[in-house]
Design a protein around this ligand. Sequence first.
Ligand code: NAP
Ligand code: ZN
Ligand code: ZN
Length: 347
Amino acid sequence: MTTAKAYAVSSAKAPLAPFQIERRAVGPHDVQIEIAYCGICHSDLHQVRDEWGGSKYPMVPGHEIVGKITAVGAHVKAFKVGDLAGVGCMVDSCRTCPSCQRKLEQFCEKGVAWSYNSTEMDRVTPTYGGYSSSIVVDEAFTLKVSPKLDLAAAAPLLCAGITTYSPLRHWNTKKGDKVGVVGLGGLGHMAVKIAAAMGAEVTMLSTSKSKEADARKLGAHHFGLTSDDATFKRLAGQFDLIIDTISAPHDYNKYLGLLRIEGAMVLLGVPPEPTPVAAHALIGGRKILTGSLIGGVQETQEMLDFCAEHGIVSEIELIPVQQVNEAYERMLKNDVRYRFVLDMKTL
Ligand code: NAP
Ligand code: ZN
Ligand code: ZN
């Protein structure tokens, strides 16, 4: 075992503060990663503050992890010491259930070992995330990160990147498709970049007029201000696909009105409270309301390779780990352009 420095919370009301954790000894299939950077996802904030219920403390958040491999187990095949590597939301799964066999480990029927606020598959050992100096992970859940990408700006690909790439692929986004992205935050800005790279005609649907110029720079072709009801009339029936990344409760019915016949709206954001959906918002036009959860390990690698090929990384604000509590407050005030990334050198 090795000791790692970390930032943790002790309860839903406590701020993040310095903490020490033990990382397991490197097993035959494990790699040890010295964490260079870790992104701050809105899911970190939801879980730190127990907004989804069932949070486990002490909690070391962080599932947008990148760094360098410092040790490998005897049977590790795909990695060597010195390689760049990434870890996302999962560190293990049962590997045998139908979902795992389909490479959809995120839907493992035995329950995923999430990177934090969870346990290893023994259901006893707590998992601790990336707001820490190192991590030990099975190579089967470790991703290769191209040296072509800026490493700090690549960190958010491990959650925000795959979470938006996966539904865009699943719904077969292709040249000329009209895609609406709702909410220009960490997930939203990745959705814009990736959908544009896939050839879609992208419309940013945002409550923030001040983000319009940025949305266009990121690759959006159009902008719709969602605080203005006229936008919903103007864009009614337009979209093949809507990717909804809003973290707070909002009216899905309004956005369903923007779909064409048989279009799909994918929920990615996880507001703490449910929202009613009217049947008439779906039946007139046989519309589809669905959701998506990150992506499997293989698809995450495919996304990282796609981003390396297209030169796609996140727009980040790199901060010392000591500013993490302030970053959470700014994220809640919608004051992030467009992902905070913690510089773990400062830990
Ligand atoms: P974020 O950076 O905070 O972005 C959320 C965006 O939603 C904001 O930038 C804002 O965009 C919009 N928004 C926020 N509050 C709003 C409100 N009250 N009404 C309308 N719009 C509002 O968050 P994120 O890290 O992208 O995460 C977004 C959500 O996705 C979170 O709930 C997170 O837990 C979830 N998530 C899900 C998955 C998954 O696998 N499904 C993975 C990661 C994260 P505008 O200013 O443009 O309106
Ligand atoms: Zn996340
Ligand atoms: Zn499984």
